[in-house]
Design a protein around this ligand. Structure first.
Ligand code: NAP
Ligand code: GFB
Length: 324
C-alpha cells in the first residue's frame, strides 16, 4: 500500500479549520446525518488560535494530532469587501494556508482537503470553466488578492506531493449560502446581504435595494449540499488535482432572479429597486461540474428557491445570534 492510500476503517481524527463558519457549521450537520464509526471531528474557530501565527498553529496541531484535515479557515467576504481589502485577503490567506499545510506535512497528516473558490479562475476565459483552467490568466480585478492566495494552495498541494508524497487536495465551490452565513450588509456575500436587507425592508415597509444592474450570473450551492460533497471528497476522492463542487450550469441565475426569490420569501410588498451606482463585479463565472458528475452522477442538489426559503427562516429565527 503506497503513502497515498488509507485503509477504509482506520481511525480518523479530522481537524476542521474554520469549523465555526458557514461551511464548517454545515459539515457539522452533514456528518451527524451521515456518521462513520472511525471518524472523530474537531471543529476549530479563531478562538482556538490565530492560524496566521505559526506558533499558534503548531500548538493546535500538536494538541489534536489530526490524521486528516478539512481546511476551511480563511479571510472570506463578498465583492465589496474584496474590492476594498485585496492586500489583506492576499496576505492573511497566504499566511493561514502556509501554516496549515506545513504543519500537516510536519505531523504526517494523511490527507488535507482545502477550499478554493470559482472566483479564482481567469476572468477572460471560455465557458464553462473547468479544473484545468485554474492558472490560465489573471482573475477578476475585484478579488485578485483572494484569488492568487487560493490558487497558491493548488501549487502548494502539488509541491508537497512531488517532494514529500503528501496527499493534499482541494475543492472549488461556487458561491455558497445557508445558515450561519455572514449577513453583514457591507462585507457579506449577495444572498446573506439581500436577506438582511429584505428583513429590514419588511420591517420598514420599503423596497429591497439590489446593488448593481441585477444582470450578473451566478451558480449558488446550498451549504448543506456542499458539506455532503466535502465528506465524499474526504472519504473517497483520491486525486491531488482539485475538483469543482457546483450545481449544474442550468441552475445558473441572475442576481435579479435571486433577489426576487428573497423578496418572495419575505412576501415584500414594495418591490425591488436597483442601485446602479454600485459595482457588478465579475459578470459570470459559469463552472462545469462534469468531473463531479463523473463521480456522483445522481447527486441531488436542493432547489435554489427552497434552500433560500430555509435560509430566510433560519435568519428570522436566529436574528439575534446571526453575524451582522
Ligand atoms: P466564514 O463563514 O467567514 O468562516 C470563516 C472561518 O474561518 C471561521 O470559522 C473563522 O473563525 C475562521 N478563521 C478566519 N480567520 C482565521 C484565523 N486567522 N485563524 C483561525 N481561524 C480563522 O467562511 P465560509 O464562507 O464558511 O468559508 C469557508 C471556506 O470556503 C473558505 O476557505 C472560503 O474561502 C471558501 N469558500 C467560501 C465561499 C462562500 O461563498 N462563502 C465560496 C467558495 C469558497 P471565527 O468564527 O472564530 O471567526
Ligand atoms: O456575492 P458577491 O458579493 O460576490 O456579489 P461575487 C455578487 C453580485 O451580487 C455582484 C450583486 O454582482 C453584486 O453587485 N449584489 C447585489 C450584491 N446586491 C448585493 C448586496 O447587497 N451585497 C453583495 N455583496 N452583492 C465573490 C468574490 O464575488 O465571490 C469572493 O469577491 C468570493 O472572493 C465569493 O469568491 C464567492 O460573486 O461577485
Amino acid at each position: 500500500m503506497n503513502s497515498t492510500q488509507v485503509m477504509g476503517s482506520e481511525k480518523k481524527i479530522i481537524l476542521v479549520t474554520g469549523g465555526s463558519g458557514l461551511v464548517g457549521q454545515a459539515i457539522k450537520q452533514a456528518k451527524q446525518q451521515d456518521p462513520r464509526e472511525n471518524e472523530t471531528f474537531i471543529f476549530l474557530s479563531s478562538k482556538d488560535g490565530d492560524l496566521k501565527d505559526p506558533a499558534a498553529t503548531q500548538r493546535i496541531f500538536e494538541r489534536y494530532k489530526p490524521t486528516h484535515v478539512i481546511h476551511l479557515a480563511a479571510m472570506v467576504g463578498g465583492l465589496f469587501n474584496n474590492m476594498k481589502h485585496n492586500l489583506d485577503f492576499l496576505r492573511n490567506n497566504i499566511l493561514i494556508n502556509d501554516n496549515v499545510l506545513h504543519n500537516s506535512y510536519k505531523l504526517g497528516v494523511k490527507k488535507v482537503v482545502s477550499c478554493l473558490s470559482t472566483c479564482v479562475f481567469p476572468d477572460q476565459t471560455s465557458y464553462p470553466i473547468d479544473e484545468t483552467m485554474i492558472h490560465n490568466g489573471p482573475p477578476h480585478p475585484s478579488n485578485f488578492g483572494y484569488s492568487y492566495a487560493k490558487r497558491l494552495i493548488d501549487v502548494q498541494n502539488h509541491a508537497y506531493h512531488q517532494q514529500h508524497g503528501c496527499h493534499f487536495t482541494a475543492v472549488i465551490p461556487t458561491n455558497v449560502f445557508g445558515a450561519y452565513d455572514n449577513f453583514n450588509l457591507e462585507d457579506g456575500h449577495v444572498i446573506p446581504g439581500l436577506i438582511h436587507k429584505a428583513y429590514i425592508a419588511k420591517k420598514e415597509g420599503k423596497p429591497l435595494v439590489v446593488y448593481g444592474s441585477g444582470k450578473p450570473l451566478r451558480q449558488f450551492i446550498y451549504s448543506i449540499d456542499l458539506a455532503k460533497l466535502f465528506l465524499f471528497v474526504l472519504r473517497e476522492y483520491d486525486e491531488i488535482d482539485p475538483i469543482i463542487l457546483s450545481v449544474d450550469e442550468s441552475s445558473e441565475v441572475s442576481i435579479g432572479e435571486v433577489a426576487q426569490m428573497i423578496a418572495d420569501a419575505f412576501q415584500l410588498e414594495h418591490g425591488i429597486v436597483l442601485d446602479s451606482t454600485k459595482a457588478d463585479g465579475q459578470f459570470k463565472k459559469t463552472a462545469s461540474n462534469k468531473k463531479l458528475r463523473g463521480y456522483l452522477p445522481d447527486f441531488q442538489f436542493m432547489p435554489l428557491k427552497e434552500a433560500i426559503e430555509r435560509t430566510v427562516q433560519w435568519f428570522n429565527l436566529n436574528y439575534n445570534i446571526a453575524r451582522k
